[in-house]
Design a protein around this ligand. Sequence first.
Ligand code: GAF
Length: 401
Amino acid sequence: MLSIRTQFSNHFNHNPDLVVKSPGRINLIGEHTDYNHGFVLPAAIDKYIEVAIGKRTDGAIHMVALDLGETIILPINNLSPHATQWVNYIIGVVDQVFNSKENNVDSIENNTPLNETKLVAGFNICVQGNIPLGAGLSSSAAVECAVLFALNELYGLSFSRMQMALMAQAAEHIFAGVKCGIMDMFASLHGQKNKAILLDCDSLAFTYYPIELNDYSIVLFDTQIKHALASSEYNTRRLECEQGLKIIQEKYASVKTFRDISLEQVEVCLASKDVSGLKVYQRCKYVVEEILRVQLAVQDLEKGDMQAFGKKMFETHTGLSNLYEVSCPELDFLVEAVANNENVLGARMMGGGFGGCTINIIKKTAVEEITKALSAKYNQAMHKELSYYITSIEDGTHLVS
Ligand code: GAF
C-alpha cells in the first residue's frame, strides 16, 4: 500500500508539509464518568488515523478521505456542520482554531493573531486510518486530534495538548452533534507507551500508570454492531444525569458535581417508583458507583492486584447494562460468555455503548483458544462475524518524520 505522503503527492501534485498520526483509545475503567466530573483510565492504542497536510493560500480546504475515495472542498471562512460526517471531524476543529468563540480555550498565546493567519490558512489534507469505524475505539476523536495537531504545527499556534483536547471536544459537540466528554480526545493526545492515564475529569489533572500485564493481553472483541441510536441515546444519558444532579442539589446545597454525591444521597433523593424517575435514579446510582470504583481500581493497579481490577471491570459492565442501559444483547453475550473463564481476569463493554467492542484481559496462552470458541458461539447466537484485536498501548498524537 502506498504511503500517505505518496498518495498526497499524487493527489495534489506537491509534497505534504507534514504528516501526523493520532491513535484510537481503549478505556480500562471509568465509563460515562467523564462528562459527570468523574475519573477515567484510558490509554492510546496501536490503531491510528494519519493525516498529511500542506498549505494553500486561497482560503480553501481540500479534504480527501483516502479510505472512502471521497473529496470535499470548502471555504475556510464560512464553516457550518456538513451532511457528510467525516468532514465534520475536520472542519469542526478548523472552526475551533480559526473561527469559534466557543473554543473553551481561555488564553491562546500566539505570535500571530488567528484571524490574520486565517486569511492565508487554506490547506490540502489527506486522511486515512486503520481504526475500525463505529467500534467504540474513537476514530472520530483521532481524526480531530490529528487535524488539530497538524494545524498547530503548520501554523505555529502553540496550543497545549490539553487545549487541543478541549477544542476537539467542542468541535464534536458543535459539528458532530455528540455531547461527549473529554476522554477520547484527551487519551489520543496524551497517550504514552505501556501506560494508562488516570484523568480527573473535574480538575483535568492526570497521572500515568504503567500497565504491566506480563502473562496477560488486552483483547478487544468487536460486536460489529454500529447502533444508529448511539449518539441520541448518549445525549439523553447526559441529560438524565444532569436532571438527577439538579434534584440532589436542591436538597444538598454543598453538592457541586457528581463527585460530591454519596450513594445514600442518591437513595434519599432519587429512589422513585415512576418510570422516568426510576431511570434518573438508575443512571445516577451507576455514575456514583463507577466514580468510586475507578478510584478503588487504581489502588488495585498500584498493588499489582489484577484479579481485583478485573473483577471491577465485570462490575462496571453490570452497571452499564442494568442501570445505565447502554449495552446491547451482543455486548452482554460477549461478556457473559467469558465471565466464568479462569483465563479471563476482566471483561466489559467499552466506550459509549449500544455496540462496538468489549475489552478483555486474557491470559496470553489462552487468547487463541478463547477467541476461536467465542467466534463460533457468537456466530451461532448472533449470526454475525466476531472481529478481535490484540491491543498494545502506544504513544499519543505525534509527527511522523
Ligand atoms: C464516548 C464519549 F466520546 C466519551 O466522552 C465517553 O463519555 C465514553 O463514550 C463513555 O465513557 O466514547
